[in-house]
Design a protein around this ligand. Structure first.
Ligand code: SAH
Length: 227
């Protein structure tokens, strides 16, 4: 079973959206587990300090390596086979392919940064794999961890109802998805494209593929270059 552990200063944010709808149901059905642990529980001084000023100067605070080490080693001792991940704007970009790779594994131990980030020595010593959700800077890793887990967990068999509804989705085949329509037949004077109500499944598949290609070519030509 996929089991996720989050190390965060804000455990109350979880499960948040991960507890809703199909992901929440999947958790209830025992298809995956989630545990959020407060980093502050591993602080040792009276003030439960977790951060300190950056060596070399500069603004902000840095999460301390000794406290993070205690948290990581308690939650995921060396024998734990799960990848140790740090949410980080410097990381490897999150893609559908990476979500698939992680979804077939035993789970993930995810560290959420705050402030300026975390001490480099804990990244090195605990072999943290840095993952980014995009080229922008958030205030903390929590929302990024939710994005990562949401992308992973919906791929776990049984979490989404219709298995094959996934295969045609954006990025699954290197293309953006075709447009969707549903009733009413006429909405504000616009009809559903006739091919979709023709009942000709061959024609429908061809039309959808052409739409996917055209959308990808105009919005994300980089995806076509990759394939
Ligand atoms: N000083 C850092 C940014 C710190 S933001 C830098 O310039 O790289 C604080 C925390 O938010 C980070 O430690 C990370 O855990 C999280 N975070 C911010 N942007 C993110 C992104 N694009 N993807 C994943 N995590 C992010």
């Amino acid at each position: 079973m996929f089991s996720a552990d989050i190390i965060t200063l804000f455990p109350d944010l979880f499960p948040g959206p991960l507890g809703a709808s199909v992901l929440g149901r999947g958790m209830g059905d025992g298809l995956w587990t989630l545990r959020a642990t407060n980093l502050r529980d591993f602080a040792t001084d009276r003030h439960r300090t977790v951060d300190d000023t950056p060596s070399g100067g500069g603004a902000g605070m840095v999460l301390k390596p000794d406290i993070l080490a205690k948290a990581i080693d308690t939650i995921a001792p060396e024998s734990d086979p799960r990848p140790r991940i740090l949410m980080s704007p410097r990381g490897k970009p999150l893609t559908q392919a990476l979500a698939h790779e992680l979804a077939t594994g035993p789970g993930a131990v995810i560290v959420c940064g705050r402030f300026e980030g975390i001490d480099q020595r804990i990244i090195d010593s605990r072999n943290l794999q840095e993952i980014s959700i995009g080229d922008y800077v958030l205030a903390g890793g929590e929302v990024a961890a939710m994005v990562l887990l949401e992308a992973i967990v919906r791929l776990i068999p049984g979490v989404l109802g219709a298995l094959d509804s996934r295969d045609e989705e954006s990025f699954e085949n290197g293309l953006l998805e075709y447009p969707h329509y549903t009733r009413p037949q006429t909405f504000e004077g616009m009809d559903i494209p006739a091919v979709l109500t023709s009942g000709d499944h061959g024609k429908i598949a061809k039309w959808r593929h052409e739409q996917s290609l055209a959308l990808t070519r105009s919005r994300r030509p980089d995806l076509l270059d990759k394939g």
